[in-house]
Design a protein around this ligand. Structure first.
Ligand SMILES: [Zn+2]
Length: 192
């Protein structure tokens, strides 16, 4: 097929998709991006839920809507009875608030994490980011810190190679903190 006829064919697909979008009263959806994907030519009617481009969509009142965010909101609004991290009860008056921010309880999970952040010298940044509600930026802070810590790890390897002191911390504790931070970053990224 020549380039020209290929182009013509794509134009045709775009047109078909545009008509479909109009049928679905989806005036905002771009048509170019969907060209060539068989899946996007499926016809969706009111109330259908489907996945497309890694997101979940539905048609509500004739309008195509991304419901991925709605799902996240629902997940957030439901506070579990037990902390998903430690399994403890979510009874502390700060537990719900902390769950919404971190995805785990206040005591011990948040308390322990904050203690780790203090040791890592990240607490001030953490407080600042939390107050401005910018936890995504904090995920970047942590990631930069982890990268830097790993790249300078020679600084705290002792001669016998067994105990590595890093601000008075053992290697085991250090690795535990790194692991916890990694999980935390993943959580913030997914949620934010
Ligand atoms: Zn917990």
């Amino acid at each position: 097929m020549s380039n020209e006829s290929l182009l013509k064919k794509e134009f045709k697909h775009s047109d078909v998709q545009r008509v479909r979008n109009l049928v679905n009263k989806d005036f905002t959806a771009g048509t170019k991006q969907q060209t060539g994907y068989k899946k996007s030519f499926e016809y969706h009617k009111e109330g259908d839920i489907w996945e497309e481009g890694g997101k979940r969509w539905t048609i509500k009142n004739g309008i195509k809507q991304n419901i991925t965010k709605l799902d996240k909101f629902k997940k957030e609004a439901t506070i579990p009875l037990r902390c998903p991290k430690c399994g403890g009860p979510m009874k502390h008056h700060l537990a719900k608030k902390m769950y919404k921010i971190h995805g785990f309880c206040f005591d011990p999970c948040t308390v322990e994490m904050e203690a780790d952040l203090r040791k890592a010298g990240l607490y001030e940044q953490y407080e600042k980011r939390m107050m401005s509600g910018n936890m995504k930026a904090f995920a970047d802070d942590i990631e930069a810190w982890v990268t830097e810590t790993i790249s300078t790890s020679d600084n705290f390897v002792t001669e016998d190679g067994t105990i590595e002191n890093w601000g008075g911390m053992s290697k085991g504790k250090m690795n535990e903190i790194l692991k916890g931070m990694k999980e935390y970053v993943e959580y913030i990224r997914e949620k934010a």
